[in-house]
Design a protein around this ligand. Structure first.
Ligand code: PLP
Length: 452
């Protein structure tokens, strides 16, 4: 475990020619969530000055974290904040306009994944959809009668699934976390082997948020249906990037999130195959046939519907264009940064994602350094108890903690341009070289390598 230490504070202050005191005071302006009391944050003021002095505007390569709302999506939503403000449950004209908009959106979301409109339940996002699917199955009356229900998940699921599984374990549910290979792939055979008589649910994400690795949905679906076990997939990072067909996958439950799809944050959906008996997560009114009580977020739902419609129409074109740019970024970065390695590059991946290890640097320091140069990307590291924990996904594919901490995720979007990728390929090697120059360990190791 590595705290964001004074050494890193000093390194950053040297890198950006600021005093250590100045560096520390920046936290006040920037608002990066501190990992520990000693953690440094850099000022918005400085970041802006840096990017403004750069011959381009900011470059956003963090689309797996969230996407910008598509202008057409915003246009579709706006009337539902003002003139069309009705409650979709009301029987008067205001309400009926809202109801009609919600039902159109349900059809649009269903069309993106090959489902029927009545199988879509809108939620507050991907996290709620995942929780609803998992708790809904495990706590369903038919399943809770099992002495000790059993769930199969993978070791690289998003926290929305992993933490739900861990909460269930505390309630007496057994969970098997199936391992993945070095590219983050699940072997369907290991799912078959993990099955027990008590297994009630298999939950395997469609595409991983950090690596982009795509799992063999059809094969896992076949295993689940042969075993007569419910199959849930978290498709939050797959939707809009790669085709989804709930029938080809044989999934019973599938989670979606609006804000990964150019719709706003705070809206998502859960596909529930007709006939699936799910215990509801929330209790309240009769909205969405009682499956998800709560007054519908009409504007958000309309936005998600529009975003799904655009994604369906432009998926093939977007995927081709984004994959070409991602490959240029990945290859260029590997060529220009000595010792760098792409993770999971051999696997089928979402077209927009690349994860690269830059030995000798701290991922967090590099993210900040790149941000100051106008480039936004991320690490998979998580803050925990005042320390930076390496990503559970990268350690699951076998990276030692120091390499996992030295890895960055770049996730492109529909609007990423070739010029931005070219600029990123200037910025990244320079920032890595600067940080490596400040690292005594890296300099020592590089010197030893050169003398060999
Ligand atoms: N699942 C995956 C794979 C994700 O990447 C995310 C968000 O990062 C979620 C679930 C959670 O979605 P939301 O932010 O809509 O709650």
């Amino acid at each position: 475990m590595l705290a964001f230490t004074d050494t890193r504070k000093i390194a950053l202050s040297m890198l950006f020619s600021m005093s250590v005191k100045e560096t520390a005071s920046m936290a006040l302006h920037r608002g990066v969530v501190p990992c520990s009391r000693t953690r440094v944050s850099l000022p918005h003021r400085l970041g802006e000055a840096y990017s403004e002095s750069h011959p381009m505007n900011r470059i956003y390569l963090d689309n797996n974290a969230t996407t910008a709302v598509e202008p057409e999506v915003l246009d579709a939503m706006l009337p539902y904040f003002s003139g069309e403000f009705g409650n979709a449950s009301s029987i008067h004209a205001f309400g009926q306009k809202a109801r009609s908009a919600v039902e159109t959106a349900r059809e649009q979301v269903a069309a993106l994944i090959g489902a029927r409109a009545q199988e879509i339940v809108f939620t507050s996002g991907g996290t709620e959809a995942d929780n609803h699917a998992i708790f809904g199955i495990v706590r369903a009356p038919a399943e809770t009668s099992a002495a000790r229900p059993h769930v199969i998940a993978t070791s690289i699921e998003h926290e929305a699934v992993l933490n739900a599984c861990q909460a269930m374990e505390k309630e007496g549910v057994d969970v098997t976390y199936v391992a993945v290979d070095r590219a983050g792939r699940v072997d369907p055979q290991s799912i078959r082997v993990a099955l027990r008589a008590e297994t009630v649910l298999i939950t395997v994400m469609h595409a991983n948020n950090e690596l982009g690795t795509i799992q063999p949905m059809e094969e896992i679906g076949r295993i689940a249906s042969q075993a007569d076990v419910y199959f849930h997939t978290d498709a939050v990072q797959a939707a809009g990037k790669i085709p989804i067909d709930v029938n080809a996958f044989n999934v019973d439950l599938l989670s979606l999130s609006g804000h990964k799809l150019y719709a706003p944050k705070g809206i998502g959906a859960l596909y529930i195959r007709g006939g699936t008996r799910l215990r509801q997560l929330l209790f309240g009114g009769h909205h969405q046939r009682g499956a998800r009580p709560g007054t519908e977020n009409v504007a958000g739902i309309v936005g998600m519907g529009k975003a799904a419609q655009i994604a369906k129409e432009s998926l093939a074109k977007d995927a081709k264009q984004v994959a070409a740019l991602r490959d240029t970024l990945e290859q260029g970065s590997l060529q220009r940064v000595p010792g760098s390695r792409a993770n999971a590059a051999g696997a089928a991946r979402t077209p927009n994602t690349t994860n690269i290890t830059y030995p000798g640097i701290e991922g967090e320091a590099l993210v900040i350094a790149l941000d100051l140069k106008g480039l936004a990307c991320s690490t998979g590291a998580a803050c925990s108890s005042g320390a930076v924990e390496p990503s559970h996904v990268l350690t699951a594919i076998g990276l030692p903690p120091d390499q996992a901490r030295a890895s960055l995720r770049f996730s492109l979007g529909r609007h990423t341009t070739p010029a931005e990728i070219e600029a990123a390929l200037q910025i990244i090697p320079a920032a890595v070289a600067q940080l490596r120059d400040l690292s005594p360990t890296y300099r020592r190791e590089a010197g030893a390598e050169a003398n060999r």
